[in-house]
Design a protein around this ligand. Structure first.
Ligand code: MSP
Length: 519
């Protein structure tokens, strides 16, 4: 905490009954890119992810695995930690809802809500979908010919009747709407914001926030026959990790909270954009600054599901295409916020087109010309021509453009802007034809290669959040010191130093070659 502006970004916490797939990797990847970007941009970042370990769904999975819920969650939570390593996520904390710090925070929040008269005891009777851990109204359900009740998400519902504590959600509808009105960027993208507003306008019912018919969860303070509703428990993770409920961490909490961004998939927006700000406001705590709902991935045009056997493990993509191309593809292929389709064809097109042909080839051509024609030494720029300045200015100006797009989670637009400069740099190589200048005009060749190397330095600084390994390799090859890779090094003041010897160039983005079909 050194006076730099804090940036606190969170992923949803993942249900441990599932094995991680690309949907999970996607949400965390988006946050990882934001966290890396903000760190490079000089912000004090806290990036949180973790696992959601309580509730009926996890209890059921533990039972079918023949384990106690604690032993089960201890084992499977590790799958999500392994994903962090495989995808090189840079989270600063990994929270498990079974940790004592979290139990303490949940009970503190509950007690505050009780003290403020926001929770009362009643009894619940209605429909519950274990798969979604969500309550549904009769009017939201469809009935199958055999009489099964199905939620809009496709999850089967069961009838529940039990004593329950309720949160006075109905009383918060107007204040929620006022909050959405006053903060137009609280929910993004805008289409999702309209959906949430329409839902709240249609009226909110009080929310059942405790259960008595199973016990894998956090006991309600003073009435431990009840355990807290798993979504109240899960959402609280965001304040637990910031220090809520721990008097020794009061200063941390005021430093980090409110969070800048909760990144979520569209399926869980309602919990984050309605229940969560209502719980917080009711407890006298500020709501987060933004909830962004991203879309869902299908695989080769089909919904990803265990029964179809098309669930893609992120590790499989990394093995086939490499980590950085996978990270690039996921954030480039689809406008962030829309649904998208993963296909091998689309992935190979991006890999061979954007990465190998455009970015990779630019870097490769320039570095090998410097190696061959200039003995691998950064040349003197000499006097710059108008065309040189234009390219350098475009590279320098990228930071502002990309920052503005990242600020609104428009990863695809940020990448479009970067690739526009890659395109301009490749055209500049063709126009200037430095290979032809070697004999004709060596100082001009040196100037052209200098301008290109400087442009690539800017590009590689900016691609670090998306492709950390490849960008580091490019910056290594340009001789950029590890402590000169912050965005503060943008622009002419920190330009490459003529005379610096460079290591021998090595390709960074190999083409993807299809394996020959086996007979
Ligand atoms: N445990 C809750 C979240 C609690 S947050 C306080 C949960 N977990 S989850 O594991 O089911 O889902 C976590 C995230 O993965 C969600 O943001 C969800 O949208 C995302 N995805 C799951 N499948 C997905 C796709 N096929 N595509 C994109 N994202 C998907 O919900």
């Amino acid at each position: 905490m050194d006076g730099k502006k804090p940036y606190y970004v969170t992923t949803p916490i993942y249900y441990v009954n599932d094995v991680p797939h690309i949907g999970h990797a996607y949400t965390t990847l988006a946050c990882d890119v934001l966290a890396r970007f903000m760190r490079l941009d000089g912000r004090d970042v806290k990036f949180l992810t973790g696992t959601d370990e309580h509730g009926q769904k996890v209890e059921k999975s533990a039972r079918s695995a023949g384990m106690t819920p604690q032993a089960f969650t201890d084992r499977v939570s590790q799958n999500f930690r392994d994903l962090v390593g495989a995808m090189k996520f840079s989270n600063d904390d990994f929270i498990r809802t079974t940790e004592p710090r979290h139990v303490r925070a949940c009970q503190a929040l509950w007690q505050t809500l009780v003290d403020k008269g926001e929770i009362y005891l009643g009894s619940y009777h209605g429909w519950y979908a274990v798969r979604d851990e969500a309550f549904y109204g009769e009017d939201e359900l469809t009935t199958t010919p055999t009489g099964r009740k199905i939620a809009p998400s496709g999850a089967e519902c069961e009838w529940v009747e039990e004593p329950s504590y309720f949160f006075r959600l109905s009383a918060w509808a107007d204040r929620l709407l006022a909050h959405y009105e006053a903060n137009p960027d609280f929910i993004l993208p805008p289409g999702k914001r309209s959906e949430v507003m329409a839902f709240v306008k249609s009226g909110l019912k009080d929310l059942s926030v405790s259960r008595t018919t199973f016990d894998w969860g956090i006991p309600v303070p003073g009435d431990d026959k009840h355990i807290m509703y798993v979504w109240l428990d899960a959402l609280t993770n965001y304040i637990t990790a910031a220090g809520y409920g721990d008097p020794a961490m009061a200063e941390d909490f005021s430093h980090w909270w409110p969070a800048d961004l909760h990144m979520v998939g569209k399926d869980i927006l309602r919990f984050h954009a309605i229940y969560w700000p209502a719980f917080l406001m009711a407890a006298g705590i500020a709501p987060p600054l933004r909830v962004f709902a991203h879309g869902w991935w299908t695989i080769e045009g089909q919904k990803m599901s265990k029964s179809l056997g098309n669930v893609i493990a992120p590790q499989a993509l990394i093995e086939t295409y490499g980590l950085d191309p996978t990270r690039y593809f996921l954030l480039r292929e689809v406008p962030f916020g829309n649904d998208g389709d993963f296909s091998h064809r689309a992935m190979v097109n991006r890999l061979n087109g954007d990465l190998a042909n455009d970015y990779g080839n630019l870097v490769q051509r320039v570095l090998s010309m410097i190696a061959k024609n200039l003995s691998g030494i950064v040349p003197e720029p000499g006097v710059l021509a108008e065309s040189d300045r234009r390219l350098l200015d475009a590279a320098d100006g990228l930071l502002g453009t990309v920052r503005a797009e990242i600020e609104v989670q428009a990863f695809h637009k940020a990448l479009d802007a970067i690739w526009a400069v890659i395109g301009a740099a490749n055209r500049y190589v063709d126009e200037q034809a430095p290979w032809a200048l070697k004999k004709k005009d060596p100082p001009r060749m040196a100037a052209v290669l200098y301008v290109l190397a400087e442009t690539i330095r800017h590009l590689a600084l900016l691609t670090q959040p998306i492709m950390p390994d490849a960008s580091a390799r490019i910056l290594d090859q340009l001789g950029v010191a590890a402590d000169a890779r912050q965005f503060a090094n943008f622009g002419p003041v920190h330009a490459l130093t003529p005379g610096t010897p460079l290591p021998p160039p090595q390709g960074v983005f190999p083409r993807f070659v299809e394996a020959a079909p086996t007979a």
